[in-house]
Design a protein around this ligand. Structure first.
Ligand SMILES: Nc1ncnc2c1ncn2[C@@H]1O[C@H](COP(=O)(O)OP(=O)(O)OP(=O)(O)O)[C@@H](O)[C@H]1O
Ligand SMILES: [Mg+2]
Length: 274
């Protein structure tokens, strides 16, 4: 079982580190999450204590693949400079992560990080990164971002299967834009307003059922007793109920599931000898 209280406390520190630099040790680890909807940099110290974090909405990737290379490089460089200014020191060691099934574009992600001045010291898959925070030994971690639904099945602490399919938060926004006759940007704003979650849930329910069906397809309820959610889209109030209904499996998420994967990437940054 995941220690929900520990995860909630840790993630609230990561959230706090967006606003101010937290007290920290000497050596700094960075995690770069190049996402379809957001690019996030999380900085931890050598004891994995959250230090600082910056994020930027961006559409430089599609389905986990970089489609705007120079845009991606520019944003990562800007975020890195912002962090370095806040910290008063240079960030060097960095880990990156890939969605399952996009291993062929590892080099592109690595070049983006390197173009910003990072040394990439570790490369992992995204759901494994998320589980560095959750630390479950059995169950399935489901990361629903802007573009995709990724999942990793764990047995005895090891990943036994990873999958990634192109249904994510962007699809929810498209449905909302159609339903309310508003632009995509306006739909995004509606979706991210917690006060409207109750109202929009019935509208987006079919898309969430589709996401849950993706998970159901890969998961055997006889073997898996819990689904652990993360990723920006799982901020949606009530999403876990729909997952439970479709899959018949208990579904859990922390208070803020948004920065779990980027924090887990940072945790996996290997500090080089310098
Ligand atoms: N409070 C919220 N309620 C609902 N959805 C939200 C909320 N905050 C963010 N989102 C959605 O989360 C998505 C972004 O999540 P995340 O940052 O995990 O994705 P990503 O890593 O960029 O994408 P991917 O993993 O698919 O490449 C967007 O679709 C955004 O609209
Ligand atoms: Mg993501």
């Amino acid at each position: 079982m995941m220690d929900l209280q520990r995860v909630n406390e840790y993630m609230s520190q990561v959230e706090e580190s967006e606003k101010k630099v937290l007290p920290h040790g000497k050596r700094l680890k960075t995690g770069l999450d190049l996402g379809t909807a957001f690019i996030v940099l999380v900085v931890l110290d050598e004891n994995d204590q959250p230090v600082a974090c910056e994020k930027q909405a961006a559409s430089v990737l599609r389905d986990g693949v970089v489609v705007d290379y120079s845009g991606a490089c520019r944003i990562v460089r800007e975020l890195k400079e912002k962090l370095e200014q806040r910290l008063g020191e240079e960030l060097i060691d960095c880990a990156i992560a890939m969605p399952a099934g996009t291993e062929s574009s590892v080099r592109t992600h690595q070049y983006v990080a390197e173009s910003a001045g990072f040394e990439v010291t570790n490369i992992l898959d995204e759901p494994t990164a998320a589980n560095a925070i959750y630390q479950i030994s059995d169950g399935v971690v489901v990361d629903i971002g802007g573009g995709t639904t990724g999942l990793a099945i764990f047995h005895d602490g090891k990943v036994v299967q990873i999958e990634d399919e192109p249904t994510g938060g962007t699809h929810l926004s498209l449905v909302l834009a159609g339903n309310y006759h508003v632009t995509f940007a306006e739909a995004e704003a509606i979706k991210q307003d917690y006060a409207r979650h109750k109202e929009i849930l019935p509208v987006v329910r079919p898309v969430i059922e589709k996401m849950a069906t993706i998970v159901k397809k890969y998961v055997n309820p006889a073997e898996i007793d819990t689904i652990y959610l993360c990723g920006g889209t799982t901020c949606l109030t009530g999403i876990e109920g729909i997952f439970e209904k479709v899959t018949g499996i208990r579904t859990i998420k922390p208070a803020n599931p948004f920065l779990v994967t980027p924090a887990g990437i940072a945790k996996n940054c290997i500090l080089s000898e310098r």
